[in-house]
Design a protein around this ligand. Structure first.
Ligand code: SF4
Length: 361
């Protein structure tokens, strides 16, 4: 195996050369606009490139610059974000935009440290914007880059542990050329995304195979080391959907739980799956219309099992009682589709609710 020390000086140039020939054409690679890079990086934390692209275009079209985002109504920001999940990230984006507009007079920070002060920006995004737009020599450490560094240089420390981050950071710092941190970082990320992929990379055709620690030692499948401590939780939601004159009742989810600030139907959370079977007794004299099957919806750390019971409310006074009891908002059926809400509700609406009421979406 070739010496790593003799490999380092050529590493960056070889990698950048590979990048120039293999990179995907993506809109945020055609720009040095910190706003666009920032938006793209936050979206890409949520989803893969191909799935994130339409969200990126829609976001930039709706909020073309930082001022437009800062001045937008929060519900419009959430609506554009709908489907990406982790709505707190969309909220933080807008808070960050307000910071730039109101605290920094519309001027973006130009350094890694400066970007870390922006709401919702962690070291990954700060490094991406600082190196891509302002050519600061800082490494962008995403999952792809951890994997490439671990395999190439035989770094065996657990990448899931924050304390090991410095080892990867220092290694990347050694490799970044001072005059091309932007290309180097993009190349590392792309190399991990296209060549040094998590499962069964095509090492035979890799430009680094004669130098790669993992390949030479037959440890490709073992690296990087990532020890998972994921505790999954199951939750059981019984939703009560009240309909009255082309309207439904919805309530805003509170802080400190999933879907903060989104609208959903009145909810009774249960302890067990079986409890979803018992039809709820409505508070007022409403007539029962139909119920959904139990829908399973998987989040990063939670499995949600939900059943929706739909009732027709009979009188205005019953309707008002329900509004008060649930501290609810009234949403017209025409606005339901555009209302910022969890994906789970969209699934229910499309599969059960719209067909029942013959609403065509
Ligand atoms: S040889 Fe294989 S493991 Fe090593 S860098 Fe190339 S693709 Fe990744």
């Amino acid at each position: 195996m070739a010496e790593i020390s003799s490999f380092n000086p050529f590493f960056a140039q070889t990698l950048i050369h590979w990048y120039e020939r293999n990179k995907r054409e993506l809109p945020w690679r055609e720009t040095k606009d910190p706003y666009k890079i920032w938006i793209s990086e936050i979206i890409l934390q949520q989803t893969r490139v191909d799935q994130g692209l339409p969200y990126y275009h829609r976001f930039i079209q709706t909020f073309p610059n930082v001022k437009a985002l800062a001045l937008a109504e929060e519900k419009n920001v959430l609506s554009v974000w709908q489907g990406l999940g982790y709505y707190s990230r969309a909220r933080n984006l807008q808070q960050g935009a307000k910071q730039v507009v109101y605290d920094y007079k519309g001027k973006f920070p130009t350094s890694f440290e400066g970007w870390l002060n922006i709401k919702g920006v962690g070291s990954y995004t700060a490094a991406a914007v600082a190196s891509f737009c302002f050519l600061e020599k800082v490494p962008v450490l995403d999952g792809n880059v951890f994997r490439v560094l671990s395999r190439l240089f035989g770094i065996t420390e657990d990448i899931a542990q924050a304390k090991n981050r410095k080892i990867f950071w220092d290694k990347a710092m050694e490799l970044i050329p001072a005059d091309q941190p932007d290309l180097f970082n993009q190349a590392m990320m792309e190399f991990g995304a296209l060549q040094c992929v998590p499962k069964s990379p095509d090492c035979e055709r890799c430009i680094f195979k004669t130098h790669c620690f993992a390949y030479q030692k037959r440890l490709v499948a073992e690296l990087p080391v990532k020890i998972k401590k994921l505790v999954r939780r199951s939750r059981f939601f019984q939703y009560h959907v009240y309909v009255y004159k082309e309207q439904v009742l919805m309530r805003r989810r509170s802080k400190g739980d999933i879907w903060e600030g989104l609208l959903e139907f009145p909810l009774a959370e249960k302890e067990k799956l079986e409890a979803l079977e018992r039809k709820p007794k409505p508070v007022t004299a409403s007539s029962f219309l139909f119920q959904s099957d139990v829908l399973k919806h998987v989040l990063s750390h939670q499995d949600l099992y939900s059943r929706f019971y739909v009732f027709q409310v009979k009188t205005k006074s019953d309707w008002n009682t329900l509004i008060q009891k649930h501290d609810a908002e009234v949403v017209s059926l025409a606005d339901l589709d555009e209302t910022p809400k969890p994906v789970l509700l969209t699934k229910f609406l499309n599969a059960y609710f719209y067909p029942y009421f013959s609403i065509h979406k």
